[in-house]
Ligand binder design. Structure first.
Ligand code: SF4
Length: 120
């Protein structure tokens, strides 16, 4: 059985000015409809304790082979999630990070679509 491609949208609690131009649920609905990934989900704040716990719990089963995260700066994402990935044995090279701050719904969906196409 091949591993799943999972997508997480993280939005700084939805209150950060960087995410006010997009319709968060509209982005998720479009990405889901296009079947870019095996599953999609939303998390309000991945980079705090319970966000790390969320990643640990849902990666620990090993079903997810690639994890695409649309959120803030990719380098920041790599640093913030590194310990969590190590804790569950998730290969950090399978984390595909995308910065979608300050994008409209259409711009965010286009960027996510491109990320998926460029990292099959
Ligand atoms: S991971 Fe990035 S986008 Fe998500 S809450 Fe933290 S700073 Fe915001």
């Amino acid at each position: 059985m091949s591993g799943k491609k999972g997508f997480v949208l993280c939005v700084c609690q939805g209150t950060c000015p960087s995410f006010t131009k997009m319709d968060i649920f509209g982005v998720l609905a479009d990405v889901r409809r296009e079947k870019c990934f095996d599953y999609v989900c939303l998390h309000p704040q991945l980079c705090v304790g319970d966000g790390e716990e969320f990643l640990k719990v849902f990666l620990s089963g090993g079903a997810t082979e690639k994890l695409y995260i649309a959120a803030c700066d990719p380098q920041m994402q790599c640093k913030m999630y590194r310990d969590t990935f190590e804790a569950v044995g998730f290969d950090k090279s399978k984390h595909i990070a995308l910065d979608i701050r300050n994008k409209t719904t259409e711009e965010a969906v286009a960027a996510i679509r491109e990320m998926a196409a460029n990292n099959p």
